[in-house]
Design a protein around this ligand. Structure first.
Ligand SMILES: NC(=O)c1ccc[n+]([C@@H]2O[C@H](COP(=O)([O-])OP(=O)(O)OC[C@H]3O[C@@H](n4cnc5c(N)ncnc54)[C@H](O)[C@@H]3O)[C@@H](O)[C@H]2O)c1
Length: 434
């Protein structure tokens, strides 16, 4: 049974570890966060991700999955080591590669056999993979060798386990073809297209994919603004566009825009790469500007509808950047909440799973209250603002919500509820675009 070590047990690392174990590989997850490793050893998942907990539990019990805070233990006998650590945005907008570099150095100093180092973290093309290869060559004890293989991850939080087992494609970039083929072979039971290429192409494929999806979202939001001016319905426009197979309907939902741990930082990083190489991207700048504008637009709409925000009560439903996750990194809701509080509103908010993570990120505010459920959040509110399209918000008893509210205004920034039905119940429905 091939032994695989995995550095970084966050959303990507833990999902990859559990899924590779489920495929029959022997996997050891290592993380610098010892508290996380303790939790994982007890079978507890440190974040919310559907289907992951039973997978982790089953594979620990079967002896195929283990966790350690000792990197020597993790590397012992491992033929491959996956690096799945974070690559957040640095102050310049470029990707901060310090976690990856630390992991590479740790591997170089602790390895006792030759191995393949698989970079699953999203790292920019244009020198970073080369830099990590140099570190490995410089610090590994001879005669050990390590081949770098870039294997970007495309899974989505909220459906990460499904996405691992049913990928649209796997991209593997390697200078050493046999090393690339060994990594590609891991995925052969998944029967998906595997693109074997050079590292820079694999890295750029990841950035270009995320930037393209983000651009689709900003594009339809821009169309939404035009639709409002000319009396068109952007949701019907999106439907009409999406039925064209060349365009496709995914990521054409007009609304509050993109957030999360990937799109914002990857678009920024790709723009920084373009700039660094003397080819600034006007398109990527526009994608980011339109996206930021949607958050300001939400606060403006509420301001205008309520005749100002000072002294007003707004119920914000949803904190996570999307449903089925507790990830609040770059979540649009958090920005809008800050804008509402700054402009004098009191905010009562509820999210099914993300409140405690939001409290770690949002500075405390005397007018910001976290509630136990949507009905409690709605009490006394002048308006409800739907920021995340959790299915359970659609299924709320909206008559009860209305009876608890002071006003009857709803801004649904995710197109979750039917404006016609809500109007019949006496609500005044706002949207970010018509
Ligand atoms: N989250 C997603 O949906 C997603 C999807 C595709 C790609 N990615 C990419 O995958 C990478 C990981 O993302 P994530 O969301 O899983 O990050 P995360 O922040 O959830 O997890 C990173 C983990 O790495 C650990 N770590 C940091 N330094 C380490 C080191 N030197 N050795 C071992 N562990 C270390 C941290 O303690 C943490 O547990 C990023 O590059 C991201 O862009 C993320």
């Amino acid at each position: 049974m091939k032994k695989i070590a995995l550095f970084g047990t966050g959303y990507v690392g833990l999902t990859t570890a559990a899924c590779l174990a489920e495929m029959g590989y022997s996997v050891v997850g290592y993380d610098v966060n010892e508290a996380k490793i303790d939790q994982l050893r007890q079978g507890q998942i440190p974040f919310s991700e559907p289907e992951l907990a039973p997978l982790v539990e089953r594979n620990i019990s079967a002896g195929r999955l283990a966790f350690t805070a000792d990197c020597g233990d993790a590397l012992n006998d491992a033929e491959m080591v996956f690096i799945c650590v974070g690559t957040p945005t640095s102050p310049s907008g470029a990707a901060d590669l310090s976690q990856v570099e630390a992991a590479v150095r740790l591997i170089a100093r602790s390895a006792t056999r030759s191995l393949i180092v698989v970079l699953k973290s999203t790292i920019p093309p244009g020198g970073s993979a080369e830099h990590f290869a140099e570190i490995l060559t410089g610090e590994l004890l001879p005669p050990l060798v390590a081949h770098i293989v870039v294997n970007p991850e495309f899974l989505r939080e909220g459906s990460a386990v499904h996405d691992f087992f049913f990928p649209d494609r796997v991209v593997v970039g390697a200078w050493d073809r046999p090393a690339g083929e060994q990594v590609a072979a891991l995925y052969s039971p998944l029967h998906c297209p595997v693109l074997l290429t050079d590292p820079a192409t694999a890295q750029l494929t990841k950035y270009a994919s995320n930037a393209f999806l983000a651009a689709k979202i900003s594009f339809i939001n821009e169309v939404g603004r035009i639709a409002e001016k000319v009396g068109a319905n952007v949701y019907a426009v999106a439907q009409g566009m999406g039925l064209d197979e060349r365009i496709g309907g995914d990521f054409l939902e007009a609304g509050l825009g993109y957030g999360g741990s990937c799109f914002p930082k990857d678009v920024k990083a790709l723009a920084a790469i373009a700039e660094r190489h003397g080819s600034p991207s006007a398109l990527l700048r526009a994608v980011m500007e339109v996206n930021a504008g949607q958050r300001r637009l939400a606060a403006e709409k509420l301001h205008d509808a309520l005749g100002g925000l000072g002294g007003k009560n707004v119920c914000v439903l949803g904190l996570a950047f999307k449903p089925d996750t507790d990830d609040v990194r770059e979540a649009p809701a958090l920005d809008v909440i800050s804008m509402l509080c700054d402009r004098g509103a009191t905010v009562r908010t509820y999210d099914p799973v993300a409140a405690s993570r939001a409290q770690e990120v949002l500075p405390p505010h005397s007018r910001l209250h976290y509630c136990e459920d949507a009905y409690e959040a709605a009490k006394g509110s002048d308006a409800v603002f739907i920021a995340t399209d959790w299915k359970q918000f659609r299924d709320l008893d909206w008559n009860r919500m209305g009876s608890l509210m002071k006003g009857k205004t709803i801004l649904d920034s995710r197109g979750l509820i039917s404006p016609l039905q809500m109007q019949e119940m006496g609500f005044r429905c706002l949207a970010l675009s018509s």
